[in-house]
Ligand binder design. Structure first.
Ligand SMILES: Nc1ccn([C@@H]2O[C@H](COP(=O)(O)OP(=O)(O)OP(=O)(O)O)[C@@H](O)[C@H]2O)c(=O)n1
Ligand SMILES: C[C@](O)(CO)[C@H](O)COP(=O)(O)O
Length: 275
């Protein structure tokens, strides 16, 4: 992917000439959805008529600072995802690639695709769960901006519950430590990295076959411990659809977003008609 100048209009209307490396979104949609319904892939389930994976791709397609999108799929959803991309006439989706058995394998496959494509080490890579359909432009911009100061950043939500870290005692879990709540966050996505950082971390981690991280931030924390990972503000609305119990909440959020967008559209129409 070639270097390109991107002129963007920031959230406050600021115009900024943003010259630099590509901003690549990796949308992870290769999961089996075992906790949801293996016979009904959750990434394809519609919310307000749009498949969950479509909500996530839309968010990055419509961010002017994102230059490229890679979608990671499995064989069961590939056809539907490719059709969705065609029907939506997305302009930034560069490849639909096969993921792997674990989430980390899917991220790794995306990183190898970027490496083979010659993506520069200072490219900004945003890795996102496709089943977090309500990621906001503010969160995406927050990740992109954070990488001007850090080599790694993750969207995360302050925990409103006290977090307990446990250990095994016989067949029971017992509390090992209770971190201060002000330092307790729930990781979300996007998780964002300079390409060289995340590629190096995954390269180091690949020597440990037993390493099974549930997110990408941990790979940097464990294998590049001197690399700070900045927190970007998350929200309970940036939820992950994991089980069917998540669907009623997701449906309410989707409906609210759709209604708000319709109101904005009507307002714009009136403003244009009356001007
Ligand atoms: N091998 C995998 C596993 C997960 N994911 C993606 O990572 C995100 C978060 O994973 P999760 O919610 O756990 O999805 P699944 O792994 O499909 O769920 P389950 O664990 O219930 O099978 C999802 O967008 C999922 O598609 C992926 O791309 N490749
Ligand atoms: C990456 C993540 O969304 C951060 O909370 C989470 O770890 C994904 O977990 P999953 O089991 O793959 O859904």
């Amino acid at each position: 992917m070639e270097q390109q100048d991107v002129t963007t209009v920031g959230a406050e209307g600021r115009r900024e000439a943003e010259q630099g490396a590509p901003v690549v979104a990796v949308v992870l949609a290769a999961g089996a959805g075992l906790r949801f319904d293996p016979d009904n892939p959750k990434q394809l389930v519609a919310l307000d008529g749009k498949p969950i994976v479509g909500w996530s791709i839309d968010a990055f397609e419509h961010n002017a600072r994102v230059s490229d999108i890679i979608v990671v799929v499995n064989a069961h959803v590939r056809g539907a995802v490719e059709q969705l991309i065609t029907d939506a006439t997305y302009t930034k989706v560069r490849a639909v690639i096969d993921g792997g058995a674990e989430r980390a394998d899917s991220t790794s496959a995306a990183l190898e695709t970027l490496a083979a494509a010659g993506v520069p080490g200072d490219a900004k890579v945003l890795i996102h769960d496709s089943v977090r359909p309500f990621v906001t432009q503010t969160q995406i911009d927050g990740c992109i901006d954070a990488l001007d100061e850090f080599d790694a950043a993750t969207v995360a939500c302050p925990s409103t519950d006290t977090i307990l870290l446990t250990e095994d005692l016989g067949d029971r879990e017992t509390v090992r430590s209770v971190p201060e709540r002000r330092h307790a966050y729930r990781a979300q996505t996007p998780q964002a990295f300079r390409f060289s950082t995340i590629h190096e971390a995954y390269d180091l981690a690949s020597d440990d076959p037993d390493f099974r991280p549930t997110d990408d931030t941990r790979v940097v924390v464990d294998y590049l411990p001197d690399t700070p990972v900045a927190i970007v503000g998350g929200s309970p609305l940036n939820m992950k659809v994991t089980t069917k119990d998540d669907m009623p909440f997701a449906a309410v959020i989707a409906d609210e977003i759709t209604k708000a967008a319709a109101k904005r559209h009507v307002h714009t129409m009136f403003t244009q008609a009356l001007s």
